[in-house]
Design a protein around this ligand. Structure first.
Ligand code: PLP
Ligand code: COI
Length: 356
């Protein structure tokens, strides 16, 4: 990978100022990775260069038909060590998203090398305050200038990085969820399991409704029966019952979250009965009211583990777990973040160390 250093990098003072309270997705590092793909040449021109705007033709197919996929992952600093969490899972999901969107597959080793190289180049931007990390956003888009509807013959892969704190403004406060009754996120045979921009575009109007109802995130139900809980706009869902069961909706039309997969393993180790099974919205409301449902939480790379304190829907609302975070949610978050940040035993070899 060719490395072209930024001629005018952010000063140490300015960087420290921006990293003090970065929020999520607003502060960016000085560099980015770009790798091009074309039908004739395959992957080529891999480089780290100054982070800068793309020059993009107005007919570039991504602007018209949304052929775009992305990933979300974090780099953590603990002492002198910098680590990623299960990055091969991100590489594998990126490859599956590419296949679903008829895009070229970036080999896993190139994906990892690109992410590692950016983390090394911009290592000064990895925050070390509690709960903060360097959020990494690998993505790929079609940039052939052509208006016919077919898979493009040219693509750009890119990785950018963003020092990040808590995803939700309220920090660790339990979140409120809005149950969307008129929009769905994904249908069987659609792109729900792929991490493509179009899924998020389709979720935004429902997310706006959620915000208008005083909620943090939208809950999507299945497209066929409009009954089964799928996931949130940007997170997977878990439910904790009074018989020590932890349930999460099955894979299929939802995004196969890496946090979700990790929690399933950690929860079983903590002695919970773990199940991937459908859960319907009427049961959620009734079980939250009766107390059979003890806790609910959402999880994802950006949000980590967020307790759900309340659900609202057209014509009603219901506290979940009394509106406060429960002990199972806390224990799972502590275990997951402990492994990610190196304070707990990494018995599954999930930490991927980057030598600076
Ligand atoms: N579901 C959706 C729709 C998401 O956008 C995300 C975030 O990436 C997740 C679930 C959680 O996935 P992960 O745990 O791999 O970040
Ligand atoms: C992530 O968790 O990495 C995502 O991509 C989800 C998005 C809500 C930021």
């Amino acid at each position: 990978m060719q490395i072209v250093k930024h001629p005018n990098p952010t000063s140490a003072d300015e960087r420290a100022k921006r990293m003090l309270d970065p929020g999520f997705g607003k502060v960016f590092t000085d560099h980015m990775v770009t790798i091009r793909w074309s039908e004739g040449q395959g992957w080529h021109d891999a480089q780290i260069g100054p982070r800068q705007p793309f020059q993009i033709d107005p007919a570039a197919s991504v602007l018209h038909y949304a052929q775009e996929i992305f990933e979300g992952m974090k780099a953590y600093r603990s002492g002198n060590a910098v680590t990623l969490f299960r990055p091969l899972e991100n590489a594998a999901r990126f490859a599956r998203s590419a296949e679903r969107l008829a895009m070229p597959v970036l080999p896993d080793d190139l994906f990892i090398a690109a992410v590692e190289a950016l983390v090394r180049t911009d290592a000064d931007w990895i925050p070390d305050q509690d709960g903060a990390s360097l959020y990494l956003r690998p993505f790929m888009f079609a940039n052939e200038s052509f208006l016919g509807v077919r898979a493009a013959t040219e693509y750009m892969f890119c990785v950018i990085a963003s020092p990040a704190g808590a995803y939700f403004k309220g920090g660790a406060k339990p979140v409120k969820l809005w149950v969307s009754d008129d929009y769905t996120r994904a249908a069987p045979g659609g792109t729900g399991a792929a991490k493509c921009g179009g899924n998020y575009a389709a979720s935004l109007v429902a997310q706006q409704q959620a915000v208008a109802k005083g909620c943090d995130q939208v809950v999507f139900l299945d497209a066929a029966e409009h009954r089964w809980v799928e996931e949130l706009g940007g997170m997977n869902m878990f439910f904790v019952f009074d018989d020590n069961t932890l349930r999460t909706p099955p894979l299929g039309t939802i995004l196969p979250g890496i946090t979700r997969a990790s929690i399933l393993i950690l929860a079983a180790e903590q002695g919970l009965k773990v199940e991937q099974a459908p859960y319907d919205i009427d049961s959620w409301k009734a079980d939250a009211a009766s107390g059979r449902l003890k806790e609910a939480f959402a999880c994802g790379t950006a949000a980590v583990v967020a307790a759900v304190g309340e659900i609202r829907w057209t014509g009603g609302e219901q506290l979940v777990g009394g509106g406060v975070e429960g002990p199972v949610t806390t224990a799972l978050r502590d275990e997951l973040t402990g492994i990610q940040r190196g304070s707990r035993d990494d018995r599954h070899n999930w930490r991927h160390t980057i030598t600076l």
